[in-house]
Design a protein around this ligand. Structure first.
Ligand SMILES: Nc1nc2c(ncn2[C@@H]2O[C@H](COP(=O)(O)OP(=O)(O)O)[C@@H](O)[C@H]2O)c(=O)[nH]1
Ligand SMILES: [Mg+2]
Length: 282
């Protein structure tokens, strides 16, 4: 996780690669993480998508709150963007994505017909998004077999292959990589919590105290039910209690707060804390 270094050379290369792919396609399927759908988007994609069908897929919606999922879907709809919440592990929500693609295919078909084009080529789509939002998993799920490697290392897929999704709809088998747009500290923290950013950018200390703050203010039941922590604002005290609860002890029986920090962050990233939404519209 976080093994991609966002230095300018890579950014420029990623941008060029996307620009090349955009020439080939009719539809952009943009993936974002449902736990922080705004922080995990790159708004530049709106400009890139100009003139094309643009579908926003909020992945990992099994890890975000249901109420947040609804709020975000409505929010994006109000901005004119078709959005769908999916759980890529089970395929829940993928039917909506497929019906949005079918709609786009029918529109293209009609347009081609009006122009008198007889040899109609398929509707072509590109999956894109920042690291770790589920691009490879999405492509695999569409292909229904493992054709693209999943994992946390961006850029494992090479070459250009098309996957036939359904009659007249094709998907480029390698995703377009976008860099995260870090507009403020809030976005940086969200991205770091999601594991979509190099872990060295924000230190573990800062990240943990942020997460504990979020849990305390919005999800106190998670701290109490999972670790027996009640009404405790002090980060170090919370970490001590978690360490004791998880039996993470140093020599002499002192709680190992360093281990507890990494454990808490990993638990959040893996969805083990329960459903948490980091940001809401507005
Ligand atoms: N719980 C959950 N995990 C997901 C979902 N989509 C992807 N993942 C996991 O997120 C990690 C990153 O996914 P991957 O497809 O490699 O992301 P990419 O970097 O955008 O290609 C993997 O461990 C996936 O199993 C989802 O909808 N729900
Ligand atoms: Mg990938």
């Amino acid at each position: 996780m976080g093994d991609f270094h966002w230095y300018p050379g890579h950014m420029a290369k990623a941008k060029r690669a996307i620009a090349e792919d955009l020439k080939l396609i009719d539809v952009i399927i943009e993936l974002t993480d449902a736990r922080a759908p705004l922080s995990s988007r790159n708004p530049d994609i709106d400009v890139m998508a100009n003139g094309k069908t643009h579908i926003l897929v909020m992945s990992k919606s099994d890890l975000s709150e249901q109420s947040g999922n609804t709020a975000w879907t409505e929010y994006f709809k109000s901005t004119g963007l078709d959005a769908a919440c999916v759980d890529l592990r089970t395929g829940a929500g993928m039917n909506r994505v497929k019906s949005l693609l079918s709609e786009a295919a029918s529109k293209k078909h009609e347009k081609d017909k009006k122009r008198g084009i007889r040899m109609q080529r398929p509707l072509r789509a590109l999956v894109c998004g920042i690291p770790n939002v589920g691009k490879s998993t999405f492509i695999n799920s569409m292909a229904k077999k493992s054709v693209a490697k999943t994992g946390n290392k961006p850029g494992v897929t090479k070459g250009k292959q098309w996957i036939t999704v359904s009659n007249g709809i094709e998907l480029l088998d390698s995703p377009g990589l976008l860099w995260p747009k870090i507009e403020d500290e809030r976005a940086a923290l969200n991205l770091a919590l999601l594991g979509s950013m190099n872990d060295e950018v924000i230190d573990l200390e800062r990240l943990t105290s942020e997460l504990i703050g979020i849990l305390n203010s919005g999800y106190p039941q998670i701290l109490s039910e999972q670790y027996g922590v009640y009404d405790e604002d002090d980060t170090e005290a919370v970490l001590s209690k978690i360490a004791r609860c998880m039996n993470m002890l140093q020599k002499g029986g002192l709680p190992d707060r360093e281990r507890a920090k990494q454990f808490l962050i990993d638990s959040f990233r893996g969805g083990k804390l329960g459903r948490i939404t980091l940001e809401l519209p507005g």
